[in-house]
Design a protein around this ligand. Structure first.
Ligand SMILES: C[S@@+](CC[C@H](N)C(=O)[O-])C[C@H]1O[C@@H](n2cnc3c(N)ncnc32)[C@H](O)[C@@H]1O
Length: 358
């Protein structure tokens, strides 16, 4: 027996529900499992409902987590329980999980990223261990089996929960897709956390190991006051920081960063090639896409992380245009590339992308 999928369960930054819905629709249409989105503005949740149920693994394969941009978390929606009785919420929930006929390796308890939903935190801390114990006793939850799917329990309140499944390794490893990072002491700006999150979310461990090594070189376009440069300097990389604005004295004092007061669109390194280009300039997304594609496709930078500050409307379409620009630039060279784009927890109106020649 295999669980059937009702649709996709998506969590996002409140305000980005339409973008999630548009992505879900594109995936579902191309996989031949069309449906429609059910959501409320600023709820931080989208239920994408298939017109016809299908095998949950088929729905998962049709839309691997790494290919989504706007959802911070996505699972395959398999069940909804309403009206859990306050005197015993556990019994019906455990029964519903048993009825799925699916062993799982971990349980991920989640809520929307809204103030109301966050108040459920205390309840979940007390309640979830009961569910875990009950499922372990029934050999349905097997925490030592890393290759088993994850079970997502998405609580609307303490009486309503949606059940979702994801294939092992095919969802955000952080509950609700929220990467909590501590602000480093001495970092010149909070946006340092954005690059730290991008390293975690957009790159593999192997890529991090190979590219974030002492002695390598990075170029930081739009660097002031230096939060992104700080991430490299901390790891012993040399940075050329380009910005007419000032850099924090503490950053310059590390001796790892050279400041160039210049235009990021025309500045050129005197090195033939650098390991890293990063770009946080506030500019039209299509101009940034062209610039980073030039650096990376020509081999002047081996890899790149950049922000695209999207317009308030038609964000999904603008992103499509940026992808087309990058694709066209790499096609000129006949090279293939890796492009991963995500609306990170530390992003607001922008998305962050990782681009490298492959
Ligand atoms: C969001 S801030 C960068 C913050 C920085 N990443 C940090 O972590 O501290 C954007 C910066 O881009 C710079 N900028 C905008 N257009 C630029 C250009 N054409 N050339 C160089 N810098 C530019 C601005 O001066 C501004 O300091």
């Amino acid at each position: 027996m295999t669980a059937t999928a009702k649709g996709y369960l998506l969590l996002c930054r409140p305000g980005f529900e339409n973008e999630c819905a548009a992505e879900a629709d594109a995936f579902a249409q191309s996989a031949g499992i069309p449906g429609f989105a059910r959501t409320e503005a600023n709820s931080g949740i989208v239920h994408y409902v298939f017109h016809e149920v299908c095998d949950w693994q088929l729905a998962a394969e049709a839309a691997p987590f790494t290919r989504w941009v706007f959802p911070r978390q996505r699972s395959i929606w398999v069940e909804r329980l309403k009206d859990l009785p306050p005197e015993d919420r556990a019994t019906p929930l455990v029964a519903a999980i048993v009825a799925l006929g699916q062993n799982v390796g971990r349980i991920i308890a989640e809520t929307a990223d809204t103030n109301d939903a966050k108040e459920l935190g205390g309840f979940l801390k007390r309640f979830i261990p009961h569910i875990e114990r009950a499922l372990q006793a029934k050999h349905i939850l097997r925490p030592k089996k890393d290759d088993l799917p994850s079970l997502h329990l998405l609580f609307k309140d303490s009486s309503q929960v949606d059940l979702g499944l994801s294939v092992a390794g095919d969802s955000s490893p952080w509950p609700m897709g929220i990467v909590r990072l501590r602000m480093p002491r001495n970092a010149p700006s909070r946006s340092t956390l954005k690059l730290a999150e991008a390293f975690e979310v957009l790159m593999t461990e192997e890529e991090r190991k190979n590219s974030l090594r002492a002695g390598l070189h990075a170029v930081d376009l739009g660097a002031s006051p230096g939060g992104w440069s700080f991430q490299f300097a901390e790891r012993g990389l040399h940075v050329s920081a380009i910005d007419n604005g000032p850099l924090a004295d503490s950053l310059l004092a590390t001796g790892m960063v050279e400041h160039f007061q210049a235009d990021g669109f025309t500045w050129r390194s005197n090195r033939k090639s650098v390991e890293w280009l990063v770009c946080d300039m506030v500019e039209q997304p299509t101009r940034i896409a062209q610039l980073v594609a030039d650096w990376t496709a020509s081999g002047r930078a081996r890899r790149c992380i950049f922000n695209l500050k999207l317009p308030m409307k038609k964000r999904f379409e603008e992103l499509k245009r940026c992808r087309q620009i990058i694709d066209a630039r790499f096609k000129q060279h006949g090279d293939s590339y890796v492009l991963r784009v995500k609306h990170l927890y530390h992003d607001r109106e922008e998305v962050t992308a990782y681009l490298a020649r492959s």
